[in-house]
Design a protein around this ligand. Structure first.
Ligand SMILES: *[C@@H]1O[C@H](CO)[C@@H](O)[C@H](O)[C@H]1NC(C)=O
Length: 286
């Protein structure tokens, strides 16, 4: 009996500690999605990696990554702006190089040293620092921005290149920044929990790293607490949702705000797929 129990504990530990590149967001990293439900599979690229972003002993947010385009499709996180600093270094994901490598994001230099590999090895399935150094007028645009995270470690964790897309500099410093820093706090006022999914639509490019055609974001606001029969006091009541989208290519420094349904329709068109669903039950009241 005791042996069986030990075996179970051991098995669950192995499973939990196994990997930060996970096989499904339906069973891992669910804490970053409203109702523990990721967007429907339609947004999954062919050569996908699901990363449960791990830094300083904690999971910080979730990223669906496209290993062919070398940009994220989306990052999902809980909006909790707080004080803290920005990282000076950039990180990459060791498990995109080799699934047996360590699970915490790290700098290229320390990964090269630890595993005796080159930048080329690191860059096979993901963007590396060098890719961004050559870009003109394009910033390292965060999908999960450091400003929406609560503390130093969570902010630093957003400085992984797996959370970054080449973003038009004027947009990054202009309208998108206003959306992140002014619109979001207004919209999320009175929300007890705000789940956010921010993504990028890949464009056709020749480079190693795709320069997305659009950048978009959606949020689901929960107020008050509800009693969940399955568990305990769990989450809160979904009361509203909203969305925003901006052209990154041929940008005119403009962010369009739109409701969730319209954003999902627009994304279905842009990705050329059927019926994108970002939040379970459209984040409406159940
Ligand atoms: C970025 O957008 C501005 C307009 O806001 C435009 O003038 C510029 O050419 C764009 N840069 C790139 C690299 O697309």
């Amino acid at each position: 009996m005791l042996g069986l129990l030990l075996l179970q504990v051991l098995a669950s530990c192995l499973c939990l500690g196994h990997s930060e590149v996970v096989t499904s967001f339906k069973t891992a990293c669910t804490q970053f999605f409203y109702a523990q439900t990721p967007p429907n599979d339609i947004l999954r690229p062919k050569n996908a990696a699901r990363i449960c972003q791990f830094y300083e002993n904690n999971h910080r947010f979730a990223t669906m990554y496209d290993k062919t385009q070398r940009i994220p499709v989306y990052s999902a996180y809980i909006y909790k702006p707080g004080r803290g600093s920005r990282s000076d270094s950039w990180f990459v994901e060791p498990q995109l190089i080799n699934k047996d490598y360590r699970k915490a994001m790290d700098t290229e230099d320390s990964i090269k040293r630890e595993y005796k590999i080159s930048s080329d090895d690191i860059g096979q399935n993901q963007a590396i620092d060098h890719d961004y150094r050559n870009l003109v007028d394009l910033d390292r645009g965060h999908l999960c921005p450091s400003g929406h995270q609560p503390d130093d470690d969570s902010k630093w964790a957003t400085f992984t290149l797996t959370n970054i897309v080449p973003q038009n500099s004027s947009l990054n410093h202009g309208a998108w920044r206003i959306y992140e820093e002014e619109t979001m706090p207004q919209k999320a006022r009175n929300c007890d929990t705000t789940y956010v999914i921010t993504g990028a639509v890949p464009a056709s490019t020749n480079g190693r790293v795709n320069v997305p055609s659009h950048i978009w974001s959606a949020a689901c606001c929960l107020e008050g607490t509800i009693w969940s029969a399955a568990c305990c006091l769990e989450g809160t009541n979904p009361t509203r949702a909203w969305g925003a989208i901006a052209k990154n290519e041929g940008n005119n420094n403009q962010v369009t705000e739109l409701n969730l349904g319209r954003l999902e329709k627009k994304l279905s068109k842009l990705y050329g797929v059927k019926d994108v669903t970002l939040f379970k039950n459209s984040c409406s009241q159940q």
